[in-house]
Design a protein around this ligand. Structure first.
Ligand code: X90
Length: 276
C-alpha cells in the first residue's frame, strides 16, 4: 500500500470505513490494562471501572507502536489527540523522524488535532477525500492545515472526575461538574485544552447549548460527527435538532472507544463539526 491513514485510538475510529490503522492508547486500572483496539470489550471495561475504587489512568502509544503502524507505507497521514493533553503526538513526531530517516523518499505528515474524537475523524475523512480525488501528498497536507482551522469540537460532560484525577483539567474546573443533573458544555480551545463554557441543568438544555455554541462558531449546515459514551438517545436528539435547523446537514453518530469513554464518562457527548 502506498498511502496510509494512521490515527491514535482517541479518534474513535471504530466505524470509520475507509482504510486506516489505529494505534491504541491504554486504560489502566490497578493491575488491569485495557487496550483500546477493536478487541476491547467496552461495556466490560466500564463495568470494571465503576466498581474499581483505586487509581486509574491512561497511557499513550510509544514510538515503536507508531513505527509499526507506518510500516510498508510510502506516504502517511497520521492524526493524533491534542499534544496539550497527551504524549501521543510527540511519539508520532519522533516515529516520523525515524521512519523518514530509515526509508528515504517516504513521507509522514503528523497532524496534531488539538482535539479528540470526532473532529479527528473529520480530518481523516478529508485526507481520504484528497486521496480519492488523486491529490498529491503536499497538496493534501495543505488542505488538512486549512481544514483544521475550519473544524471544531464541542463536548457535554456529566462528570470530569477522570479528567481531573489525571491532571487534564484543573480541580477548579472539575468542581463545576459532579453535581447531579449538571452538564458542563465546552469546547476544545485553540491551544487544544478543555475550555468549559456553560453549566447546563438537564440534557435538553445541554443539547440546545451545544447547537447554539456551534452556530456561534460558524457552523452553518456542514458535516457533524457525534460520538457518545453510552448515550445514543442524546446523540439522536442532537442529530434531529441539527436537521431541523439545517435540513441539508450531514450528521453521523458513533460510539466512543475506550480512551474517550474513560475521559468523557457515562453520558458524555463529543461533537466534531465544520465551521464554514
Ligand atoms: O496520553 C494519554 O494518556 C491520553 C490522555 C488524554 C486526555 C484527554 C482526553 C479527552 C477525551 C474528553 C472531552 C473533550 C476533550 C477536548 C480536547 C481538547 C475526551
Amino acid at each position: 500500500m502506498q498511502y496510509k491513514i494512521v490515527c491514535d485510538s482517541s479518534a474513535n475510529p471504530g466505524l470509520f470505513s475507509p482504510d486506516h490503522t489505529s494505534v491504541p492508547l491504554k486504560i489502566i486500572a490497578g493491575k488491569k490494562e485495557f487496550v483500546d483496539d477493536s478487541q476491547l470489550q467496552l461495556s466490560e471495561m466500564l463495568t470494571y471501572l465503576q466498581s474499581y475504587k483505586g487509581k486509574s489512568g491512561t497511557a499513550c502509544p510509544n514510538v515503536a507502536d507508531y513505527l509499526e503502524a507506518f510500516r510498508g507505507a510510502e506516504n502517511v497521514f497520521c492524526f493524533t489527540i491534542t499534544s496539550n493533553l497527551s504524549g501521543s503526538c510527540n511519539a508520532a513526531q519522533i516515529a516520523k523522524e525515524e521512519y523518514e530517516a530509515a526509508n528515504p523518499g517516504c513521507k509522514v505528515f503528523v497532524v496534531d488535532s488539538l482535539s479528540a474524537g470526532p473532529e479527528i475523524r473529520l480530518l481523516m475523512e478529508k485526507a481520504q477525500q484528497g486521496l480519492q480525488q488523486g491529490a498529491g501528498f503536499h497538496e493534501i497536507c495543505r488542505k488538512l492545515d486549512t481544514y483544521l482551522a475550519n473544524t471544531g469540537l464541542m463536548f457535554s460532560l456529566e462528570s470530569l472526575r477522570n479528567l481531573a484525577n489525571n491532571g487534564r483539567v484543573s480541580p477548579v474546573v472539575a468542581k463545576i461538574s459532579g453535581v447531579l443533573g449538571i452538564r458542563v458544555v465546552g469546547r476544545a480551545s485553540n491551544q487544544g485544552t478543555l475550555e468549559p463554557m456553560d453549566k447546563c441543568r438537564g440534557e435538553q438544555k445541554a443539547l440546545q447549548k451545544i447547537l447554539q455554541r456551534m452556530t456561534e462558531q460558524g457552523y452553518c449546515g456542514g458535516k457533524v460527527r457525534i460520538d457518545h459514551c453510552c448515550n445514543p438517545e442524546a446523540a439522536a436528539k442532537l442529530q434531529a435538532m441539527i436537521y431541523a435547523e439545517f435540513p441539508n446537514a450531514d450528521v453521523q453518530i458513533g460510539p466512543c472507544g475506550g480512551l474517550c469513554s474513560f475521559y468523557a464518562e457515562q453520558g458524555g457527548l463529543l461533537v466534531g463539526y465544520e465551521k464554514g
